[in-house]
Structure formats: structure tokens, C-alpha cells
Design a protein. Structure first.
Lengths: 335, 327
């Protein structure tokens, strides 16, 4: 039954400082999105909203293994990646409001976060569309002698697109520094993995391109971080691409409009028992690394940060409509 | 006669056509278990079963390509592209395979597929959930392009499209799905492809439009009527092949033509219609042909004011109509 949660135990040991940092990052994402959902209900945020609730350990664990110089490519379910990467909560929230103080000037919204400073290349709403771009990043970086690697996040649904296979082949053929980071949450919108893939063990797809691959429990932030460090080390060594599948689950609907008739409440409840944040809190408390006071302190810090982000977005301004046609073409004159 | 929303009319067309003809299948992302993102195919799985209502992986080229093959071998597939913005991976299949099939097999094979896709802006969908892509298809022969604006047309034209012997790309404006209701006959009936509809007749100027913009143009025409300007509003309904006869007859009557579309101006369908009028109705014109479309930027930026600025509305259309009437 492929919808059953993986039952690995949460990895130890971990240094206290680092553990609190990981927890803090996951709490930021959870809180940010809970607020975003409320604001969506209040029609402050409009359009589409794809939440990462339940999957936070993946973005947080993986980002730990990357350096600020690496390239990040993400999907439309990318608030968590953007936060963990270091884009400010205010710039993300303002973007979701459509304000020009947002990280994409308010032109993109929730699905299209962009940030040059953190080498965050979206926010991509076209499933699979950004995969060949990641190969191009890596090709150019390799040709130009850059040390950096490209980490490309995508869902289980994206492996059905031709671009996934074209990209895996080229990355392997040219031994490019690409980390294919598959977030397998078992569903592509309302279609379960076994209803759209003939082979549901996604690491086997990598095997057919001779790309080393591993699968990890995506609810366990330490396991994700460890697996990502192994993967990143392999890619950075020049050995070529690596495929890391994080097995996870989204607790909420695909987007704000989802009747969720394609899965049972029972299944969702079962997975919620493996909430990455709760699991980690329990582990740290059992290990004596986290007290109730520490947790309250962290939560207060997070709440302050997110409320400040909301205030920043509220106070933001609209891009003047006269600028509508800017950035269709370069503002430099053609030579 | 039952009053249905545009969305219910689409569903009713699929339902009635599938009940009447075993060869019809529906395939696309989340069309079966979920019933479609907009619920256009809701209930079809329960009624017709998983062999005829098929959930596809996220692989648009395969969705259309499989439909083409199945059509050649006797089925009548209705492929759904979840948003028109995702049609690009399937364009090779639509234009290189479906459109040319009859011609390159010297009429031995045909490709009776329908590709349905919701299009259009105004729902805060931003750059990849707002596009109008019809002009990508109207420039290739062999493809018919249909854009209904009323529930009755949505049903009648979809049924015709399904039984049409050639490939049809069928665009549904997503803002119409739930906002427009109207009388829709029960059971099977057909509206002709290639025939425009005169939605409002008038003598002073002609407005040619399609999709959501027809409704805006009608609202604008009522505003002008209060000032004594009598506009004719024509719903093109089919963009390829164009109903030249209705277009030219209207221009011959009014002497003034305005083409209105939500798509960007440059390269839009309006240019083709303007050329048609210039070539074949020049002597009737009392004013230059005018076009009103979106600015040449990508549909649509997310920020509310930018999206509103990008979109046409009845006021903008009324202003263009007044301008033309005064020429
Ligand atoms: C080319 C393309 N086709 C279809 C869609 C519509 N769509 C958006 S998300 C999605 C499901 C993606 O599933 P998955 O890759 O597993 O990511 P998840 O949403 O589960 O994170 C679909 C079908 C799209 N955005 N782009
Ligand atoms: Mg998924």
C-alpha cells in the first residue's frame, strides 16, 4: 500500500543549536502558511494558494545541505523553500498580496516567487517546465568553472512529463552538477501515484539513466538533511547528477479549491501522526534538547516575524499601472 | 427549458453526447476521480466508467497524442487541457500531427478530436493561469477553433465539435463557467461551427468579439444606446474558419468595425478580421477598422491593479465604440 507512511525512527544524535535552528525553520514555514491561509479566507491574498503543510522537513532539511552560491529551482508549492532559502517573510508575504515590495514586484504572486540575491529561480507554475532550465544552469556553471550545484525541486506528478526524462538523460550524459529533488507526496493533484505511474518506486527511474538515487523519509528532518548532505557531496565531487526522493505527504488540499474526494480522511489522519514538526519536537524533548520554555520562546519569535511580515505586506504599495509594459523586453537599447 | 450555467452546459454536452455514442471518450488530468479542476467532467466517471473517462498523468503531449491515435482508430476523444496555459507541450501534437493528418494521408485518415481548454484572465491566476492562446491555433489550417460565449452555444457547439470530422480546439472562458446562466435545451442539439451569431443588431457600428468579451461588448452597447448610438454586436463563436459572410454583411450595413478581444493586440485574431474587412469591404467603410485588445504583455500580472489594467471591461469597450462612432 503505497499510501502508508514510512516508519523509520527519527534520526539522532543532533547538536542542540542546530536542532533548534531546524525546528525554527519548520515553525516559520508552518506559521507563515497558516497565516496565508487565513488571509486567503479574508481575500487579502487572491488567486491560487498551494500549501506545503506536512512537507516542511523536506525544504528545511535540503536547504541545510546547500550553500548560498547554489541555484534553487522550485515549484508553485514553494513558500517553504523560499523561506528556508532566506528570502524574507515580508518580501514573500508582500508578493502574495501583489505588492511591489514583494520579491517578484507583485507581478507573480504565490506561485512565482523569484529572488536573484538568494539564487532562487522560482516559483514555477508549469509542471516540469523548469527542469531543462536546471540542466542549462548546470551546463553553464560547469563550462565556466563554477563550483556551485543546481538543486531542482519537483513533485511526483512531474516525472510524467517528457522534460523530466529529457533532463535526467542530459544531466547523466554530461555528468552535470544537478540534484534532482523529488518531493513525492503520493498525489499529483487528485491523481494517486499508482494511478499515473507504471513504476511507483521513483528511484528506479533514476536507475534507468544510471543516476545514483536514494529515497528518504521526508517527515524526518534529520534524515532528510543527512540524505541531502550525501547527495550534495556526490554532486559537488563532480560525479554527475543525483536523484533524491523525499517521501512525504501534504496535509491540506492541493490548492484552496479541493474537495479531496480522491483520498480518505483516515489516510490523512494516519499521515498527520507523522507531522514532521511534532515528531521533531517529541524527539528533542525526549533527548532533553528542548524544553517547553524553549519551544514557547521559538513560537513567540516566529509569531513576531510573521506578524511583521503581514504588516509589511499590508503597508506595501501597488506597482503603478504605467509600468505594466516594463520588462517584456530589455530596457537596454539594442546595439 | 432548463437554465444552466456555462459549466453545467459543458457537462451536459459531454454527458448527453457520451450517452448517445459509445465511441466518445474523455481524457485529461484529473478529469475522472476529481471531475476536473473546474468540475466540468464531474459525474462522468460514475456514469460511464473508467474506460471512457480517463485520468491522465501530467503529460499534455501524450494526452493529445493518444487522443489523435484513438481518433484515427475509430474513437471520438475529447481531451482536456486543464488550463490553456498548459497546452504548449501538446502544440506539436495538435499542429504537426492532428492538423495535417488528413492532408498528408490524402484524405484516407481523419482526426476527429476535440481539445477543450479553459482560458482567460480576471481570476487572479497570474502569468500561467490567465492566458488566451487561440491565436496560436488560428494560423494553422486543418484546425477548427471554437470559443462559445453562452451556455446554449457551449453545449450545442461542443456536441458539434465532438462529431466534427476534423480536429477542434475548444476554448472555454473560465470566468464564464459560473457567472453566466441561460436556457439550454435538454438532450442532443447542434450549433454550427463556422457560423457567427448576431447578438444585438444595430446600424451605426459593428463590434466583433468572442468569449467573455461578447458580454462586455453587449453591456457597452447598451450604454451607447442610451446616447442614441445603435451598435451591432457579433459573437464570432468560431475563429477558424471565420464566418466571413456574417462579418462582411455587418460591415456593409454599418460601415464601421471594431474588433474586441481579451488576447494581446499584436498577432491576435483581430488582425485577421481587420485584413478581411480591408480586402473585401473597403468600399463600405466610413472609418478605419479599429481593434481593441490587451496591451502586449503576458496575461496577466498578479497584482490587482495591473490585472485590471490589462483586462478589457465594458467601459473601455464603450469608449472605443464611441470613438469609432464619432469618426
Ligand atoms: C504543464 C502543466 N500541466 C498541468 C498543470 C496543473 N497542475 C498543477 S500542479 C499539478 C499536480 C502536480 O503534482 P506534483 O508534481 O506531484 O506536485 P504536488 O502538487 O503534489 O506538490 C497539476 C496537474 C501545470 N501546472 N502545468
Ligand atoms: Mg505530488
Amino acid at each position: 500500500m503505497n499510501a502508508a507512511p514510512m516508519n523509520t525512527t527519527v534520526t539522532t544524535p543532533v547538536e542542540r543549536e542546530h536542532a533548534l535552528h531546524l525546528l525554527h525553520q519548520m515553525l516559520r514555514i508552518r506559521r507563515f502558511e497558516a497565516r496565508a491561509a487565513e488571509l486567503y479566507g479574508a481575500m487579502k491574498i487572491r488567486g491560487f494558494l498551494h500549501l506545503y503543510d506536512g512537507e516542511e522537513a523536506v525544504a528545511v532539511g535540503v536547504m541545510e545541505a546547500l550553500t548560498p552560491d547554489d541555484n534553487i529551482v522550485a515549484t508553485y508549492r514553494e513558500h517553504g523553500h523560499a523561506l528556508a532559502r532566506g528570502i524574507s517573510a515580508g518580501a514573500i508575504m508582500a508578493e502574495m498580496y501583489g505588492k511591489q515590495e514583494g520579491c517578484a514586484r507583485g507581478r507573480g504572486g504565490s506561485m512565482h516567487l523569484f529572488d536573484a540575491a538568494t539564487r532562487f529561480y522560482g516559483g514555477n507554475a508549469i509542471v516540469g517546465g523548469c527542469l531543462p532550465l536546471a540542466i542549462g544552469f548546470a551546463l553553464a556553471d560547469k563550462m565556466r568553472g563554477q563550483e556551485r550545484i543546481t538543486c531542482c525541486f519537483f513533485g511526483d506528478g512531474a516525472v510524467a512529463e517528457g522534460e523530466f526524462h529529457e533532463s535526467m538523460n542530459l544531466a547523466a550524459l554530461w555528468r552535470l552538477p544537478v540534484l534532482f529533488l523529488c518531493e513525492n507526496n503520493l498525489y499529483a493533484m487528485g491523481t494517486a501515484l499508482e494511478r499515473h505511474q507504471s513504476v511507483t518506486d521513483l528511484t528506479r527511474k533514476a536507475a534507468s539513466y544510471d543516476v545514483p538515487a536514494a529515497a528518504v523519509d521526508g517527515q524526518d528532518v534529520l534524515a532528510v538533511e543527512a540524505a541531502a548532505r550525501t547527495a550534495v557531496a556526490a554532486v559537488r565531487s563532480g560525479a554527475g547528477p543525483y536523484f533524491l526522493e523525499c517521501r512525504t505527504y501534504r496535509f491540506r488540499g492541493h490548492s484552496a479549491f479541493d474537495t479531496e474526494l480522491y483520498r480518505t480522511k483516515d489516510e490523512v489522519e494516519q499521515w498527520k501522526q507523522r507531522d514532521p514538526i511534532r515528531l521533531f519536537i517529541h524527539l528533542l524533548m525526549d533527548e532533553g534538547l528542548l524544553s517547553e520554555t524553549d519551544l514557547a520562546e521559538l513560537e513567540r519569535k516566529v509569531a513576531d516575524e510573521i506578524e511583521a511580515a503581514v504588516a509589511f505586506a499590508e503597508a506595501g504599495t501597488w506597482e503603478p499601472v504605467e509600468d505594466l509594459e516594463r520588462f517584456v523586453y530589455s530596457e537596454r537599447r539594442s546595439p | 427549458m432548463p437554465v444552466l450555467t456555462f459549466l453545467e452546459a459543458i457537462r451536459s454536452a459531454l454527458h448527453d453526447a457520451m450517452a448517445a455514442d459509445q465511441r466518445i471518450i474523455v481524457l485529461g488530468e484529473d478529469v475522472a476521480v476529481k471531475g476536473g479542476v473546474f468540475l466540468a467532467t464531474d459525474g462522468l466517471l460514475a456514469r460511464f466508467g473508467e474506460h471512457r473517462v480517463i485520468d491522465m498523468p501530467i503529460a499534455e503531449a501524450a494526452i493529445v497524442g493518444v487522443a489523435i491515435g484513438a481518433a484515427i482508430h475509430g474513437l471520438l476523444p475529447v481531451a482536456e487541457i486543464q488550463f490553456a496555459d498548459y497546452i504548449y507541450p501538446a502544440i506539436d501534437q495538435i499542429l504537426n500531427e492532428a492538423a495535417r493528418l488528413r492532408y498528408r494521408s490524402n484524405g484516407d485518415w481523419s482526426c476527429p478530436i476535440v481539445v477543450r481548454a479553459p482560458f482567460g484572465a480576471g481570476i487572479h491566476g497570474a502569468l500561467y493561469h490567465s492566458q488566451s492562446v487561440e491565436a496560436l491555433f488560428t494560423s494553422t489550417p486543418g484546425i477548427k477553433v471554437v470559443v462559445p460565449s453562452t451556455p446554449a452555444d457551449a453545449k450545442g457547439l461542443l456536441i458539434t465539435a465532438i462529431h466534427d470530422p476534423d480536429p477542434v480546439v475548444f476554448f472555454e472562458h473560465k470566468q464564464l463557467y459560473r457567472s453566466v446562466r441561460g436556457d439550454v435545451p435538454d438532450g442532443m442539439y447542434r450549433e454550427p461551427i463556422g457560423k457567427a451569431a448576431v447578438r444585438r443588431s444595430g446600424d451605426d457600428l459593428s463590434v466583433f468579439s468572442y468569449g467573455l468579451m461578447v458580454h462586455y461588448a453587449l453591456t457597452a452597447a447598451e450604454q451607447l444606446a442610451a446616447d442614441g448610438i445603435d451598435a451591432e454586436v457579433i459573437d464570432l463563436r468560431t475563429l477558424a474558419p471565420l464566418d466571413r459572410h456574417t462579418i462582411l454583411a455587418s460591415v456593409a450595413k454599418t460601415g464601421r468595425a471594431l474588433i474586441v478581444h481579451e488576447d494581446t493586440l499584436t498577432g491576435g485574431v483581430g488582425g485577421e478580421i481587420a485584413a478581411l474587412i480591408a480586402e473585401h469591404a473597403f468600399e463600405y467603410l466610413d472609418a478605419p477598422v479599429r481593434r481593441l485588445g490587451a496591451p502586449d504583455v503576458f496575461a496577466a500580472p498578479f497584482a490587482d491593479p495591473l490585472e485590471a489594467h490589462f483586462m478589457l471591461n465594458p467601459q473601455k469597450i464603450a469608449a472605443a465604440m464611441r470613438d469609432l462612432a464619432a469618426y
